[in-house]
Design a protein around this ligand. Structure first.
Ligand code: ADP
Length: 494
């Protein structure tokens, strides 16, 4: 019972260790450094090993082939001499005996001469003379076959040659076995040397693999350190890293997106602080007005009225800012809901001018609409009309007495164009790029007095962008301003 418990405990422990080992292996195998190192080491071991194995086989084969060739030619010479000397009949020849002895001594072998009765008439080992042979190869040779076989496991070469007379009749067989121990010893020596080479190259490649993988991964570590610095808030976007070109490119593009994110973050913060400031200003004015009224006693009714009028103005302003902010939010790309319908742009613009005309006439401003052709386009009429009203109102607002405002409508097969030009105060060159920014006003005091919140052009631009259009501004201080709007006739949602 207890034994079983202990076994189970051991098993779960073993499983835990095994699991941890697998996890470790998975982690390690994901490391680029380990992978590069392993590849170099494996190549460094496998290639020399395979080369040595191949060479070993080739050397052994060619040594055997050479020995076999030599033995065959020697045996053939001997066979011919046996025939010439009539050794099979006489069974006596000093010369042949000497040759036989020499052959077997030189090549460490045993040579047998067998007559047509399968009887051994000569054995260089003397042991089997007079005995009969009925080995398969000898019989094959009696049938006229030359046989030469390398018996690898038994370590010898077997040769069996038919001795034929002039009539091509086999009258005997020369049978020999030669030891291949010399080749075996040579091969063992070669094996030893090759083993040393493989061991040496393996060690060299292991060291090489470790060094190379370290060097290879080093620049990547630099990238990691740089990213860590960014994480800790140390941001230097223009910093370059010294690494691989691909890594440098990657680092640059990450930096670019971080820069963009920072810009968005900065502008969001700026927007929040601008909103707070803009909302606070009328509140402060209201508080000052109310406090001063409260601090006085027996205030005449007209003063009360004046103060309350001022307070109402500030409340209206606060309202304007809030409704403009809401309009801005509603026209942001992510929040906007468009109500697209075919709209007569000429009628829309005429309606806008009708509304603005009374304000224009206060400053004796000439307000003209020039239409080159009837235009029907797919737009959200409410939103686009508010955007265009803002442009025309601005053209009147920032105009001089007796000035003019000219609205021109045109279209081609793809777009319609609205141009709002005025003879007003113009926009200074350094402000031109900023007029579409939220809360931007060229002259803060003037704009405030004229009721501007600085959000009008930001909303206008948002609406035009929602219609996949474009707005451009050209202006010269003291001469006037022109806004050019271009919007596709057909709406394509994207
Ligand atoms: P605002 O509510 O202050 O008019 P806008 O976003 O509509 O805000 O305009 C931003 C600023 O651009 C204005 O404060 C003004 O200085 C400048 N501006 C806009 N339109 C014109 C124009 N037609 N002529 C001169 N300045 C202009």
């Amino acid at each position: 019972m207890f034994d079983n418990d202990e076994n189970m405990l051991n098993n779960t422990e073993k499983k835990g260790i095994f699991k941890r080992f697998l996890l470790w292996l998975k982690m390690v195998s994901k490391s680029l450094r380990i992978r590069i190192g392993l590849v170099i080491i494996i190549i460094g071991i496998v290639i020399p090993l395979l080369t040595c194995l191949y060479l070993y086989g080739e050397i052994e084969n060619s040594m055997i082939d050479m020995k076999m060739d030599r033995l065959l030619s020697q045996s053939n010479i001997l066979k011919n001499n046996i025939l010439k000397e009539g050794y099979l009949e006489s069974r006596e020849s000093e010369a042949i005996n000497a040759e036989l002895a020499q052959l077997s001594a030189m090549y460490d072998g045993r040579v047998l001469i067998i007559d047509s009765d399968f009887k051994i008439i000569k054995d260089t080992y003397v042991m089997d003379e007079g005995k009969n042979v009925i080995s398969r190869n000898v019989i094959l040779s009696f049938q006229g076959n030359n046989i030469s076989i390398y018996r690898k496991n038994e370590n010898y070469i077997e040769i069996s040659l038919p001795i034929m007379n002039e009539k091509k009749k086999t009258i005997g067989v020369l049978y020999a076995e030669f030891s291949t121990n010399d080749i075996k010893y040579s091969m063992e020596n070669i094996k030893k040397n090759m083993k040393m080479i493989v061991e040496f190259t393996s060690i060299v490649f292991i060291i090489f693999g470790i060094i190379i993988s370290r060097l290879f991964v080093k620049p990547l570590k630099k990238v990691k350190e740089s990213f860590e610095k960014i994480n800790y808030g140390y941001v230097d976007f223009d910093k370059k890293i010294d690494s691989y070109t691909e890594m440098e490119d990657m680092f640059d593009s990450v930096n670019e997106s971080l820069k963009r994110m920072k810009k968005i973050d900065d502008s969001r913060q700026e927007f929040v602080s601008n909103v707070s400031h803009e909302l606070k200003t009328p509140m402060t004015s209201i508080k000052v007005l109310a406090d001063s009224l409260a601090g006085q006693e027996n205030v005449p009714a007209e003063i009360y009225k004046d103060f309350f009028e001022d307070i109402t103005k500030e409340i209206d302003r606060e309202n304007d800012i809030i409704s403009n902010l809401l309009a801005l939010v509603r026209t942001e790309k992510n929040n906007a809901v468009l109500n697209i319908a075919p709209t007569n742009i000429n009628d829309m613009m005429e309606g806008i001018l009708k509304i603005v005309r009374p304000i224009a006439s206060q400053k004796n401003i000439e307000l003209v609409l020039e239409s080159f052709r009837p235009i029907e386009a797919e737009v959200d009429e409410m939103k686009l009309a508010s955007a265009m009203t803002n442009l025309v109102e601005n053209a009147v607002k920032y105009n001089v007495v007796d000035g003019w405002v000219r609205v021109t409508l045109n279209a081609d097969h793809q777009y319609f164009y609205i141009k709002v030009a005025d003879s007003g105060v113009g926009i200074p060159e350094d402000s031109i790029d900023l007029v579409f920014e939220r809360f931007y006003r060229v002259d803060k005091d003037r704009a405030r007095k004229s009721g501007g919140t600085g959000l009008g052009l930001a909303i206008t631009k948002n609406i035009i962008v929602l219609h996949n259009g474009e707005i451009k501004v050209y202006s010269k201080e003291g001469e006037g301003t022109t806004f050019n709007v271009r919007i596709p006739l057909t709406y394509v949602s994207n």
